[in-house]
Design a protein around this ligand. Structure first.
Ligand SMILES: O=C(O)C1=C[C@@H](OP(=O)(O)O)[C@@H](O)[C@H](O)C1
Ligand SMILES: C=C(OP(=O)(O)O)C(=O)O
Length: 513
């Protein structure tokens, strides 16, 4: 894994030093009528027929952990996500005095969590943010409510992610923070046992998380908060709506009185038991696979009503061809393997963009009949340059390394018709760049991902789930998870063939809810 790299911006093509084994992305074999093989997106392949139960949402788990830690009594998170980001969030809140206890349950992806708030939040500790935006942006406001210094740091690349707007806003609300003028990790929040709160301006054009950070802890500020965004654009707005909704569901007065303004009243945060929805953004590469290969991929427990931006996949994916149908809580995407080029502007859903860029690169490949592929542009994603890596630079570099023709636009990526070939795909420690490489590898033989373990940030089971989604040529069962659950008939009941590991997960997952 390259989580320890000083700078994950190396796009030279060399394998970083501390990477052990590149991961060979599985390719779905072609079944050309003449027995030959082709590599274009139109080549006939054995269609997918997969049923993929996914673990909980990173964004919901992170928010609910914080709200539970600040609540007026003990509460429970059912089927929360267990991944690097959420483990870091749990650990951060524990270090501030919260009791978080695993509960035995049937969730195959990990225990439920009982959260008992601290009588008084304690400081005098050090918090590791890893590469998690949610931890580095959301926890400092909680630390400001504690007593004592709380030092924050993270992965080397985490130090490059922007923090200044949220640190300055917290200062304006009364927090004492020392960062030696860096406006980035590492910094120390000198908790004074509370915050004044009130009206504050913040430029959130680089990340919506600056706003969510101020809103989440605000019921515990003396005056609550009134946040006014001053920038000329605002990405990932649905994530701010998710924050408001999570607050309201706990009895907090939280609203948006005008565009770019949000208010949270001071008052108790009600303790509750909450079932976390599956991570719809993590569904993106799996659902996209149905379009690229052909066939169907279904995700169970898709909520009818949700604040997750991943729900936009239902309209975004069909732009490449194919359909998306939500019936009885199961989202099914069906494709033919014939991909169309797209022009998509998606400032709200930047975290979905790597998958869509991957699909666009496949749509740009020449067809087996010799006709050229189709061009695409994906824009409105300039802020993704500040995600786990500079996603625009990374995606362009990796597509081009494999022979594709992608270009950086000021606010997105343009993809021109070109064939792609196998080779190393660098993940830059970014889970979504890694899964995009896996998507490309479905059709392009010989793609190797340098750091598939980076998917542990939000989906540690990615490699097993991915293999389990694919037609299993030798009939062998994949058994990467060791969950010890019975082989399921669940997928069969849904009419989908599911491999062994997925079957076990499906059964445990459905029984566990
Ligand atoms: O609040 C959240 O949980 C998130 C907000 C978004 O961040 P940006 O506004 O920085 O895009 C999103 O991309 C990220 O994956 C999660
Ligand atoms: C941008 C992302 O993460 P983070 O919460 O670290 O910002 C992401 O998961 O796509």
């Amino acid at each position: 894994m390259n989580r320890g790299n000083d700078d994950n911006g190396d796009r030279s093509g060399d394998v970083p030093d501390d990477v052990t084994e590149p991961w060979a992305a599985p390719t779905v074999p072609t079944v050309a009528p003449d027995g030959g093989t082709g590599s274009g997106p139109d080549t006939t392949r054995e269609p997918l027929n997969a049923y993929v139960p996914l673990p909980g949402s990173k964004s919901l788990t992170g928010r609910e952990l914080i709200l539970a830690a600040l609540a007026d009594g003990p509460g429970t998170l059912r089927v929360p996500l267990h991944s690097r980001d959420t483990d870091l969030m749990v650990e951060a809140l524990r270090l501030l005095g919260t009791d978080i206890t695993p509960l035995a349950g049937k969730n195959p992806y990990g225990p439920d969590l009982r959260v008992t708030p601290a009588e008084e939040l304690t400081g005098s500790t050090s918090i590791d943010c890893g590469l998690a935006g949610t931890v580095m942006r959301f926890v400092p406001a909680v630390a400001a409510l504690s007593l004592g210094p709380v030092a924050f740091d993270g992965d080397p690349y985490a130090r490059k992610r922007p923090m200044r707007p949220v640190l300055d806003a917290l200062r304006a609300l009364g927090a004492d923070i020392s960062d030696d003028g860096r406006g980035a990790l590492p910094f120390t929040v000198h908790g004074g046992g509370g915050l004044r709160g009130g009206r504050v301006e913040v430029d959130a054009s680089l990340s919506s998380q600056f706003v969510s950070a101020l809103l989440l802890s605000a019921p515990r500020f003396e005056q609550g908060v009134h946040v006014v965004h001053t920038g000329d654009r605002l990405p990932s707005v649905p994530h701010i709506e998710m924050t408001l909704e999570a607050l309201r569901a706990r009895g907090v007065e939280a609203d948006s009185p005008a565009t770019g303004e949000w208010r949270v009243a001071p008052g108790p945060i009600r303790a509750r038991e909450i079932t976390i929805e599956p991570d719809l953004s993590n569904a993106a590469p799996f659902l996209a696979a149905a379009l690229a290969v052909g066939g169907t991929v279904s995700i169970p427990h898709w909520p009818a009503d949700t604040t997750q931006v991943g729900d936009q996949l239902r309209t975004l994916l069909p732009e490449f061809g194919g359909t998306a149908t939500l019936e009885h809580g199961v989202l099914t995407v069906t494709g033919t393997g014939r991909l169309r080029g797209v022009n998509i502007h998606m400032p709200d859903a930047g975290e979905l963009s790597p998958t869509l860029v991957g699909l666009a690169a496949l749509a740009a490949m020449p067809r087996p009949d010799g006709t050229p592929g189709e061009p695409s542009t994906i824009t409105g994603i300039g802020h993704t340059r500040h995600h786990e890596t500079d996603r625009i630079a990374a995606l362009v570099a990796e597509i081009n390394r494999l022979g594709g023709n992608a270009e950086e636009l000021p606010d997105g990526i343009g993809i021109h018709p070109a064939a792609m070939h196998g080779g190393l795909w660098q993940a830059y420690a970014d889970h979504r760049i890694a899964t995009t490489g896996a998507l490309v590898g479905l059709l392009v033989p010989g793609v190797e991902i340098d750091d598939i373990a980076s998917t542990s940030k939000t989906l540690p089971q990615f490699p097993e789930l991915w293999r389990g989604m694919l037609p299993d040529a030798d009939g062998a069962e994949h058994d990467g998870l060791g969950l010890g659950l019975d082989i399921a008939a669940e997928g069969a009941a849904h009419g989908a063939a599911i491999a062994g590991t997925l079957g076990r997960i499906a059964r445990g997952f459905l029984e566990g809810i």
